[in-house]
Design a protein. Structure first.
Length: 301
C-alpha cells in the first residue's frame, strides 16, 4: 500500500486555496485557465472546495488549439457540466482565420506556440485582470522564476527581473490600466504531490494518463501519437506501443511515455523512479534552450 505525507498535502492544499481566495478578493474579473491536464484539474478541484457550497465566482477559459486529444475535450465538457461551471473557449483556429496568427508549416509544425496570441486576445476580449494557471516551479527551469502573482505589462509580457517580493503570504495585485496578472496556485507543488493528491482526493482524470495501446512514431526520442496532424518523415513508420501521457497538450507536440501504469498507485511508483520531468517529452520545448522562457516573455502561460 502506498503511503503519503497527509499533513504535507493538506498544507499545500491550504496554501493553494488561500491564493485562489486572494485572487477572488483582490481582482475584479479573474479567470481560471483550464487545459484538461492534471494540474489544471487539481487547481479546479481546489477552487471548487474553496468556495463550496457556492458556485465558482469566476469562469474557466480553455485555449483550444484545434489539435487537442478528443479524450481531453470529452473530459473537459463532462467535468464542466458536473460542477456547473461557466466555460469560455478561445480558438487558435479563429486566430488563424482572422489573420492574428500564422499556421506553421513543415514536418514539425505545431499550433502550441500560437496559443499565446489566442490567450492574450481572449483576456483582452473579456476584460480579465487575473488568469490562474496550473504551472509548477519544478516543471521547467523558466517556471522556477515565477511568483504566485506574476505581473504582466500592458502587452501581456513577462519580465522575470520585475517580479514583486512575496513575504509572509502577502500578495501585491496592484496594477496599472491594461496590465494583468498570471496567478500560479500550484507553484510549490511537485509532480509527485499532484499525483498523491489525486489519489488522496479520488479525483477523476482523463484516460490518456493511464497505460493503453496506441500507434506512435519515435521522432528523435519523442513518441508522437498517430493523428491527422502528424506527417511521417522519410524512414519513419507507425508502431503500436503500450504508452501513457505524463502531460496533455497539442497532439502535434505532446510526447508519450512507454508505460504499463494502469492505476494511480502505479503512476506514482513510475513518477518516483523517473529521471526526466514530464515536459521532457514535449517536442516544442526542445526547439531551443530558452524556448519556454522566450514564450513566457511574449505572453505564454
Amino acid at each position: 500500500m502506498l503511503r503519503y505525507n497527509l499533513s504535507h498535502l493538506r498544507e499545500l492544499e491550504a496554501e493553494s486555496v488561500f491564493v485562489i481566495r486572494e485572487v477572488a478578493a483582490q481582482f475584479e474579473k479573474p479567470v481560471l485557465l483550464f487545459s484538461g491536464g492534471k494540474d489544471s484539474i487539481v487547481m479546479l478541484h481546489m477552487a471548487v472546495k474553496a468556495f463550496q457550497p457556492a458556485k465558482l465566482p469566476f469562469p474557466l477559459l480553455h485555449i483550444d488549439t484545434g489539435h487537442n486529444f478528443p479524450e481531453t475535450i470529452q473530459y473537459r465538457d463532462n467535468l464542466v457540466n458536473k460542477i456547473g461551471a461557466r466555460l469560455l473557449v478561445g480558438s487558435v483556429q479563429d486566430s488563424i482565420n482572422n489573420g492574428r496568427a500564422v499556421e506553421e508549416t513543415g514536418a514539425n509544425a505545431s499550433r502550441n506556440i500560437l496559443q499565446t496570441v489566442t490567450l492574450l486576445d481572449s483576456l483582452e476580449e473579456h476584460g480579465f485582470d487575473a488568469a490562474m494557471g496550473g504551472g509548477r516551479r519544478d516543471e521547467e527551469k523558466a517556471r522556477a522564476k515565477e511568483r504566485f502573482f506574476s505581473h504582466r505589462d500592458e502587452f501581456g509580457q513577462w519580465d522575470p527581473k520585475n517580479q514583486r517580493p512575496e513575504l509572509w503570504n502577502l500578495f501585491n495585485g496592484k496594477k496599472n490600466l491594461g496590465e494583468h496578472f498570471r496567478i500560479f496556485p500550484l507553484s510549490n507543488w511537485t509532480e509527485m504531490d499532484v499525483w498523491q493528491y489525486i489519489l488522496l482526493e479520488k479525483i477523476e482524470i482523463p484516460s490518456l494518463y493511464f497505460s493503453h495501446e496506441r500507434e506512435c512514431v519515435d521522432r528523435k526520442g519523442v513518441l508522437l501519437a498517430k493523428s491527422e496532424y502528424i506527417k511521417l518523415q522519410d524512414g519513419e513508420k507507425w508502431k503500436k506501443m503500450q504508452i501513457r501521457f505524463r502531460t496533455i497538450g497539442d497532439m502535434s507536440c505532446t510526447g508519450a511515455a512507454l508505460s504499463n501504469a494502469a492505476t494511480i498507485e502505479e503512476i506514482i511508483l513510475e513518477v518516483a523512479a523517473a529521471r526526466q520531468t514530464e515536459r521532457g517529452s514535449r517536442a516544442d520545448d526542445k526547439r531551443s534552450e530558452t524556448s519556454m522562457e522566450d514564450r513566457k516573455k511574449e505572453g505564454y502561460f
